[in-house]
Design a protein around this ligand. Sequence first.
Ligand code: SF4
Length: 986
Amino acid sequence: MALFSASPPLHDPLAPPAGTDDQATTVKCTTCYMCACRCGIRVHLREGENGPEVRYIDGNPDHPINKGVICAKGSSGIMKQVSPARLTQPLRRKPGAERGAGEFEPISWEETFALLTERLSRIRATDPKKFALFTGRDQMQALTGLFARQFGTPNYAAHGGFCSVNMAAGMIYTVGGSFWEFGGPDLDRAKLFVMIGTAEDHHSNPLKIALSAFKRRGGRFISINPVRTGYSAIADEWIPIKPGTDGALFMALMHELIKHDRIDRPFLQRFTNAPQLVVLDEGEREGLFAFDPDPAKGPPGDGRNPHNKLVWDSVSGQVMAAYPEGIADGRSPALTGTYTLANGTRVAPAFQLLTEQVALCTPEWAQAITGINADRIRALAMEIGDTALKQAFELPIAWTDAWGKTHPTTIGRPVAFHAMRGLAAHSNGFQTVRSLAVMMSLLGTIDAPGGFRHKAPYPRHIVPNYRAFSDPEQVKPNTPLNAAPLGFPASPAELALNPDGSPIRIDHAFSWEHPLSAHGMMHNVITNAVKADPYRLDTLMIFMANMAWNSTMNTMAVREMLNRRGDDGEYQIPFLVVCDAFQSEMVAYADLVLPDTTYLERHDVMSMLDRPISEFDGPVDSVRVPVVPPLGQCKPFQEVLIELASRLKFPAFTGADGGRKFKDYPDFVVNFQPQPGIGFLMGWRGETGTEHLRGAPNPKQWEMYEKNGCVFQYHLHEDQQYMRNWNQSYLDFAKEKGWRQKNDPVQLAIYSDVLQLFRLAAQGKTAGRQPPEHLRERITTYFDPLPFWYPPLESTCTDLDAYPLNAITQRPMAMYHSWDSQNAWLRQIHSHNYLHVNPVTALAAGIADGGWCWVESRWGKVRCMVRHSEAVEPGTVWTWNAIGKASGAWQLDPGADESRKGFLLNHLISEELPLTDGDGRSAGTISNSDPITGQAGWYDVRVRIRPAEPEEPEETFPQVAAPPPAPGVLGRAQKVLTYFAGRKTR
Ligand code: SF4
């Protein structure tokens, strides 16, 4: 750092721009990407010796997401531009050099494209599934997914499978939407905010702004988390909980809410499947909804689930169609009891089964699991229930539901929840998130003022009408797939299986191992590819994912796997292409390196086709535009894909004349239309840019976004902003604008017949696809149609006396992934991490504050420094993630704190767990993931701690050899912008 400060400054901050007499600074708006919140920023530029240079970055006050607020990360984007680790030219592994040695030679882009085109066309013309494309935290899955589909490979996914697919799938399969991009807490109208399993967030600045206003208005904020960090700092109350036990808390809360009748019965009767009758008799219909077989009865089907199910009307004492008869005036669908249909079938309302499911989940039961006192659980349930029901309010907004009833007001339920990876990153996360979503539904908070609010294009159908590719016959040479590689299965028939039941995909997503893996399973790719399970790949392309360090479990073994050769002497993964802006740990393992740009050097879209930045009151999309030219030969990965897609002559990228259809990525964004009038961007459409949401391509669309701060916001009419699962005006509008395929209502799935379909198959009660014998018990257990809690899988195969502690990571507020722990400004906040341990636990183990210790799991060990902290419950140890780095990576000094004192918890986590069949016999291994969605179980590891020996070196373990600098890497800046209280320094 001293060297940095001593360097001559890049600019004299008080001098006019070079070569002019003008003091003015140019300001360009774009969208931040120092984390995934995607705030609006203003980049202040001055002309330097070699063109425009970034002077500083501040928040865009006119942007709807952050309203001018900027965080430490956002303002430090300037240091990302001048990172010493920046790659500047394409590189090829030197002939004869070993992977991992980091020995490269420069190669031109033309050679790069020729090499890739030759290799990829050969794969595409023979066996397209031998090409796999996996991406990290990218913002263009609509393009990367399209590329894979057009290539004809099912082997594609982004990082969701190892991030938060449990959050997405658990909520979407229950309420049709999810937290963060797709929905969130309405803190403008909430009175009680319960945050669970969240520290710092994907929605950072907006949530901080909302929390600030909420607290000023007198709102009460309860944080439930094993660790009190991040937003919890301003919570009115912190309730410590043991990791992986949140589901038990929700089950006990539901037990209490039902017991004390703190539930919204009219809401459950009309807007959820709670009153719908479930078959109790054994057989192929067991556990499924009874329904009127006459398709003419009842309204049209909701997606793949018919609506013509049955309810028991307790007024007339008759069974009838749930809609519209069951909700007609004067009817009252029963929520409890058991009944017999005319044909003798025994049935019960779904809510009755939920009541039975939570009957034994008492606060005392939950206390033993969560560590939260039973009385506190009881009081929390009453506080939540009373706030939702007794402090309810009405907004004077009339709306009409899908069955034609006009509600004169909109009822507010002022209890808002927020949850994220703390719930999701466990192998019991799907059912935990589902239990939260069902609990929120019991309270009537779904898309209600003050509760959970959707963001367009959500809510989706339950199950969303996006089927993942599933037909092995459709993997054909030179042919696009007949469906997107990712989607939402609704039954065993939609799994991606070969006729013998084996997985179609290299990551085993959508197989019997993890049937609802809606985001793929990136964390399995390298292990499976090296084992050639189910087949050997030819080429693996990785974009922006540090799979040789912090983006992988079992890090040292995976590094060895990346280098492993088969009996034929060839690498098990024959060709590895890595695209990244920086010399991360992963780059050393590449056969071909593609230097990406930073977010300030490229076009990007935050699209309604992908991951928009919508607000509660309507859709919002935004763009990035280049504010500085690319460094060296850096090229945006988007451009690389457009170029390759054009050279490979993918149908969607080839014109009628056989020539390329799109000049470049901006041209693709403007002109690609998956449906007429629907494109990547919804603002300023139509030939003259006067149409919004839907319209013909506009050749000047990028300019119009640029003129408008790079963002487009649309406000829905007031009567379309709430209750959107059932709000007919909204549903019609959403269909018209292409956000939904149908305008059907989205009934909340208190009971999931989708899960039951998988369970019935596993029990051998249905015809059709059956799981392999060794997975029958697993599917029967976990595919419970009602939420339930079970211990994380790792703890069921670990000696808990030997490894008594839970170990988890959290994201520091000042950093996002590994990008930021190499940022010169942000390194001044954290240059290394500690293991945070409650003093009681640390002292019992004989470890002093600041002392060195060993942390051991059954999979590995790390040596690190300890910090005593009372902000962590005694059974948990935790650390920041992605600060510890491999020696020499990211162009940090070999003696840098990040590699000598910083450490990575991933060394303690296995990507696989032992698998046993229903009889307890060993059945090999299986991914360390949620058995339903394949979400990586990052937070399940169990550890023990002991002091390091006095003679041991005071540095972290393990250490790795530093690779040489990649050719052309930017290296330490000769000139650095420095400010010291307004004075320039030298
Ligand atoms: S919260 Fe994220 S997107 Fe917003 S300014 Fe900070 S780093 Fe940028």
